[in-house]
Design a binder for this molecule. Structure first.
Ligand code: GLN
Length: 503
């Protein structure tokens, strides 16, 4: 199919399905059509700019674009357009890609079901086997649904604690979160800087890999972007590792974290996990139980650290410098603070206000030691757990202190586990108010450990047949689960390759 026909089909799908995946969809006409036609000509001549030349890529609406508004799904930025493009947007456009619109999200990335948006919830294109609407996952639910509904070729999301991987698992798409610091965050609206990453959603691993190759470069404008010298050090360390990172030529040692086998796993998720492991074993790889003992504290640590950073990051939305302004001092003796509280009280949604309060509390003098500092300690322990089980050393950490015995026991190349403990909840349960915020936080239990440790992770869809159905038949979402592959820092290619073996 020509690139133009492919783009027109995506555009038609954007207008045909009312899934609310976009806050700003692609316009029906515009310069982008000429750019796709030019890409078609290059493709005919055999000289495409890149693998995504002329392809439509959606951008989550917390990533800045000069041409289109960037709202973060928030009332406080509902009329904001950035004067510049994020580095990732520049990189994609430089490679010939066309921006397919800005996708809906949980406000500022805070949520797990894409329901906390000023622009209304995102709807999943899939339903459960009883025909009920289900959660699209979040916070990059708009990007995931846009990919699943073929409204674009691929999409960018952001993943702070699982926001690319969880919606990928719930929509049957592939979602990749790279090692922290590999993809530039310049122009990406911060939620929790020390955890934020830009992630990629696609229908298959190879499109995700192509986009990663375009974005995986040092950016001098992002102070947390990994330097060129560290990148080449990691590369040479990986090249001397016994594994070929792209084509897996040797049997891999696959780690199965025992602590992830919790009683709350729904049967279809457990079955998908087991089948995935059996599938890898059949291909000659070996399975090894590993222990990540701090996992059980990771979720609580995340929900202290992320709101703490968020409360600081969101302080700048005061109605003076950015976005929408609430009623302010009227010259009749109203104090200055009224402007701030009106702006923030009406501009931010309930979940964002909850996180700001939580974060402000845990950073306050009286609770700092009990919450924030403790959570930082847990984060270190989570990192240490991972380092103790991966055979590759963390390229940025000092290897001293790792005894020979510890290194010998550190035995696995990647970890394979479910992306989420259960199938997507029904949309009606989310809107009825019967669920507490904590119910949503629990969905992140398997995704936050890799975020706290800054490790690469991919979620790939695995479908199991329901009893009574032939194997391989799409069993509806009840039989669909996301399986996650997590690797050592910098082992992004290996993680994608194992994802490819599973999908
Ligand atoms: N659900 C998590 C949260 O609300 C993760 C969000 C994300 O990764 N942006 O913090």
């Amino acid at each position: 199919m020509s690139l133009l026909r492919e783009a027109e089909r995506c555009l038609a799908n954007q207008h045909a399905h009312n899934l609310n995946a976009f806050i700003t969809p692609l316009s029906r006409s515009g310069q982008w059509l000429d750019r796709v036609k030019e890409a078609d000509q290059r493709s005919e001549k055999g000289t495409p700019k890149s693998a995504v030349d002329g392809r439509l890529i959606s951008i989550k609406d917390n990533i800045c674009t000069r041409q289109l508004p960037t709202t973060c799904g928030s009332g406080i930025l509902d009329k904001f357009t950035s004067p510049f493009n994020a580095t990732v947007v520049e990189q994609l456009e430089g490679a010939g890609a066309v921006i397919a619109g800005k996708t809906n999200l949980d406000e500022f990335g805070m949520g797990s079901h894409s329901v906390h948006s000023r622009f209304g919830p995102v709807k999943n294109i899939r339903r459960d086997s009883a025909g009920h609407e289900i959660s699209a996952g979040g916070s990059s639910g708009g990007s995931a649904v846009a990919v699943a509904a073929e409204q674009c070729y691929a999409a960018l999301g952001t993943d702070t604690g699982g926001s690319v991987r969880l919606p990928a698992a719930y929509t049957g798409t592939v979602g990749f979160k790279p090692s922290y610091g590999l993809i530039s965050r310049w122009g990406v609206v911060a939620y929790a800087n020390s955890l934020d990453t830009v992630g990629i959603l696609g229908t298959n691993t190879s499109s995700v890999r192509d986009i990663f190759a375009i974005l995986n470069h040092h950016d001098p404008r992002d102070p947390t972007s990994l330097s060129k010298s560290s990148r080449s050090r990691i590369l040479s360390q990986l090249q001397t590792s016994p594994l070929s990172t792209r084509l897996i030529s040797k049997p891999l040692r696959i780690g199965v974290p025992l602590e992830y086998n919790i009683s709350e796993l729904t049967p279809s998720v457990r079955t998908s996990w087991l089948l995935s492991l059996a599938h890898l074993q059949k291909q000659g790889h070996t399975i090894h139980p590993v222990s990540l003992p701090t996992t059980k504290h990771a979720l609580s640590a995340y929900y202290v650290l992320a709101p703490a950073e968020a409360s600081s990051n969101l302080a700048k939305y005061d109605g003076v410098r950015y976005g929408t302004r609430g009623d302010g001092p009227d010259g009749n003796g109203q104090p200055e603070g009224v402007l701030y509280s009106n702006t923030r009280g009406t501009g931010f949604g309930a979940e964002v206000q909850r996180r700001i309060l939580l974060g402000t509390f845990s950073l306050s003098a009286d609770s700092m030691d009990n919450y924030f500092i403790q959570a930082q300690r847990v984060r270190r322990l989570v990192q240490r757990d991972f380092n103790a089980v991966f055979s590759a050393q963390h390229p940025l950490f000092d290897a001293r202190g790792r005894s020979d015995e510890a290194a010998a026991e550190a035995e696995v190349d990647v970890i394979v586990c479910p992306t989420a403990p259960s199938s997507p909840p029904r949309a009606s349960d989310l809107s009825s108010g019967s669920k507490s915020p904590l119910d949503a936080y629990v969905n992140d239990v398997f995704t936050v450990p890799a975020s706290l440790a800054g490790l690469p992770a991919i979620s790939v869809p695995v479908t199991v047949a329901e009893p009574g159905r032939d194997s391989g038949v799409d069993a509806g979402t009840d039989g669909l689960a996301g399986i996650q592959v997590v690797g050592q820092y910098g082992d992004d290619e290996l993680v994608m390759s194992v994802g490819e073996l599973l999908a």
